[in-house]
Design a protein around this ligand. Structure first.
Ligand code: PLP
Length: 385
C-alpha cells in the first residue's frame, strides 16, 4: 500500500494550480469567442488575452507588446533560432553543449539545412559555461548566441547577463531559454540584456502547450508559419485562449510568490541534500553549490542504477527522474551530464529530484527514508551479483 504521493519531477512539468484552472474555465465555456472578432464575444476574450500578456510580461520585466504567445518552450526556442537564421542567411550561431534539445536540435537542424554555421561550446565540470568560452567562440559573422538561463537537469544558472553584454558590444543577437528559470529565479529582460527569451507555462503551474517568446522592441524576426495577423503575424493562428489566460494567471502567481517560494524550495532542497549526504556515502551533487535554481538536485549515487531507483521509488509513490524527461525511455546517457565530464556509467547512476509548489517539509523526511532504504537494497543486490 502506497502511504503517500510525492511528486518530485517539477522540472518535467508541474501540476496545474487551482487558481489557474479557475481562470481558464470561462474560456472553455462561456468565453469561447475568437479574440480577433469585432463583436462582444470576441472583445471580451481579447481583454482577457491582453491581461494575460501583461502578466507574462511582468514576470520577465518586459513590456506587454514584446511578448508573443507560442505553443510552448520548444516553439519559442525554434522561432528564436529559425526566425533569426532566416533573416541573416548563412550566419554563425553559438550555443552550449547543455542546452535543451529544443535549442540544440533546432540549431543542428538549421546547420544541416545549410542555413547557418554552428559552434557548440563545452561547459565546465560544474555544468556552467564561462562567458570567456562563449566570447572565444565568436566570429566576425556570428549573428546569434543562445545560452540557457538555468539548466533543466542540474539547475545550474548560466552567466547570461555577462554574455549578453559581450554580444551587445559586437551587435550580436542574444537569446536565452529561460524555461527552467521562470518561477525559480528573478528574470528581468533589461537586466539580462537579452534580445530574445523563451518561457513555458507548464513549468510554472500553468497548462501545457503554451509558451512565450520575448522579442526586444524593434527586432525583426521571420515567422515559422504563415497565416493571419495574430501575434503580429509572427505566430499566426487563432490563439489558444484558455492556455494563454492560464499562463497569465500562473505568471501572476509566480511573480507574486517568487521570493518566498525560492527561499522555501531552497530550504527543502538543501535540507534534503545535507541529510542524504550525511546518511549515505558515495553520493555526489552535480552542478555548482551556489548558482543553482533552488528546486533542483542532480545526484550521482555509487552502485545504484538510476532507472532501478526510479522504479523502486515509484512503487513508494515518489516521482523522480533519471536524466531529463525528454530523454527518459531512451537509454542514451544525458548529453548534459556527459558534457560535464561524467562517464556514461556515472550518468546512468544519476537521478534528478525537482521540488515544487506541492512539496512540504514532511515530504523531505518521507523521501529521505524511502530513498536511503532503496539505495541500501540496490547496493546489497549489486554486491550479491
Ligand atoms: N527548454 C527547457 C530548458 C526545458 O526544460 C523545456 C522542457 O522540458 C523546454 C525548453 C521545452 O518546453 P515545452 O515543453 O513547453 O515545449
Amino acid at each position: 500500500m502506497i502511504e503517500r504521493q510525492v511528486y518530485l519531477d517539477n522540472n518535467a512539468t508541474t501540476p496545474l494550480l487551482p487558481e489557474v484552472l479557475q481562470a481558464m474555465m470561462p474560456l472553455l465555456t462561456e468565453h469561447f469567442g475568437n479574440p480577433s472578432s469585432a463583436h462582444g464575444w470576441g472583445r471580451r476574450v481579447r481583454v482577457l488575452v491582453d491581461e494575460a500578456r501583461r502578466n507574462v510580461a511582468t514576470l520577465i520585466g518586459a513590456r506587454p507588446s514584446t511578448v508573443l504567445f507560442t505553443s510552448g518552450g520548444t516553439e519559442a526556442d525554434n522561432l528564436a533560432l529559425r526566425g533569426v537564421a532566416a533573416l541573416r542567411p548563412g550566419t554563425h550561431i553559438v550555443t552550449t553543449a547543455i542546452e535543451h534539445h529544443a535549442v540544440l536540435e533546432g540549431a543542428k537542424a538549421l546547420e544541416h539545412e545549410g542555413l547557418v554555421r554552428l559552434s557548440v561550446v563545452p561547459v565546465g565540470a560544474d555544468g556552467v559555461v564561462s562567458a570567456e568560452a562563449i566570447v572565444d567562440a565568436l566570429e566576425p559573422d556570428t549573428g546569434l548566441v543562445s545560452v540557457m538561463l538555468a539548466n533543466n537537469e542540474t539547475g545550474a544558472l548560466q552567466p547570461v547577463a555577462q554574455i549578453a553584454a559581450a554580444c551587445r558590444r559586437r551587435q550580436i543577437l542574444m537569446h536565452t531559454d529561460a524555461v527552467q528559470a521562470a518561477g525559480k529565479h528573478p528574470i528581468d529582460v533589461e537586466q539580462l540584456g537579452v534580445d530574445l527569451l523563451s518561457i513555458s507555462a507548464h513549468k510554472i503551474g500553468g497548462p501545457k502547450g503554451v509558451g512565450a517568446l520575448y522579442l526586444r522592441p524593434g527586432l525583426k524576426l521571420n515567422p515559422l508559419h504563415h497565416g493571419g495577423n495574430q501575434e503580429r503575424g509572427l505566430r499566426p493562428g487563432t490563439e489558444n485562449t484558455a492556455g494563454i489566460v492560464g499562463f497569465g494567471a500562473a505568471a501572476q502567481l509566480a511573480k507574486a510568490n517568487l521570493d518566498e517560494e525560492c527561499l522555501r524550495l531552497k530550504s527543502l532542497r538543501d535540507g534534503f541534500e545535507r541529510e542524504l549526504l550525511r546518511r549515505v556515502d558515495g553520493v555526489r551533487v552535480n552542478g555548482p553549490q551556489e548558482g543553482r535554481v533552488p528546486n533542483t538536485s542532480s545526484l550521482t549515487i555509487r552502485d545504484v542504477e538510476a532507472e532501478a531507483l526510479l522504479l523502486m521509488l515509484d512503487m513508494e509513490g515518489i516521482a523522480i527522474s533519471a536524466g531529463s524527461a525528454c530523454t527518459t525511455g531512451a537509454m542514451a546517457p544525458s548529453h548534459v551530464l556527459t558534457a560535464m565530464g561524467l562517464s556514461a556509467d556515472e550518468a546512468h547512476h544519476t537521478v534528478r529530484l525537482a521540488w515544487g509548489r506541492s512539496n512540504g517539509e514532511t515530504d523531505v523526511d518521507y523521501v529521505l527514508d524511502r530513498m536511503v532504504s532503496a539505495i541500501d537494497d540496490l547496493r546489497l543486490l549489486a554486491a550479491a551479483r
